[in-house]
Design a protein around this ligand. Structure first.
Ligand SMILES: [Mg+2]
Length: 209
């Protein structure tokens, strides 16, 4: 295990899982923009709203990338209560789904250096039933997951034959909703509900590949 690919907090393992799922953290579980925008506005006497984030490149065009990334990073140093979840009752949704016999759920983030705070955030919100927490700078598609619940636009362009993305739609990634390897959803609950109904029950896993 190298520094850029730290794997921590193996809480339980599922050796015979049929669907390997990667669940993203920022802008999927955590409402990152709602944290960032007020902080940015206050410090810079600006007046941005969430609707101003109309594409993934927004941060690079409107705000210096290092500054954007730094503010989010800084946010993770704050008490975890400062970062709101994107939806209520995430714990029961995620824990129930992760407990399914045919699911191996990992929580995977591309942000490194704040692993302990992310784990604290997950614990604070009662999200405990997952296999691994992984913070990695390696592109996610290079891991052996079948399904990515993720807001990152462009991820679907890198996926292999037996991989698909549930795109958690936001103002920054709407350009990807019609991609052939994407199922667009509003929430993690919707993604997990869809998988539970279709992939794991009525249609069967094989129908998806
Ligand atoms: Mg994300």
């Amino acid at each position: 295990m190298d520094e850029q690919n730290s794997i921590r907090n193996t809480q339980h393992s599922v050796d015979t899982a049929s669907v390997r799922v990667s669940l993203d953290v920022e802008s999927v579980l955590v409402d990152t923009f709602s944290y960032f925008i007020p902080v940015y506005n206050e410090r810079h006497d600006a007046n941005y709203g969430v609707s101003d984030i109309d594409c993934w490149e927004w941060a690079r065009e409107e705000v210096e990338w290092e500054h954007f990334d730094g503010l989010i990073h800084e946010g993770w140093q704050d008490p975890v209560e400062n970062m709101e979840p994107k939806e209520e009752d995430l714990a029961s949704v995620v824990n129930d789904f992760a407990s399914h016999d045919l699911v191996q759920l990992d929580i995977v983030t591309a942000r490194t250096g704040v692993e302990n705070k992310m784990l604290e955030w997950l614990s604070h919100h009662g999200i405990t039933q997952f296999n691994q927490f992984r913070a990695t700078e390696i592109p996610k598609s290079e891991f052996d997951y079948n399904v990515f619940i993720d807001d990152k636009p462009g991820l679907a362009n890198t996926l292999g034959e037996k991989q698909l993305q549930y795109l958690v739609v936001g103002p920054h990634n709407k350009s990807m909703v019609d991609h052939e390897d994407v199922i667009a959803v509003d929430t993690v609950s919707e993604a997990m509900g869809h998988m539970s109904t279709h992939m794991l029950v009525s249609e069967g896993i094989d129908e998806y590949w």
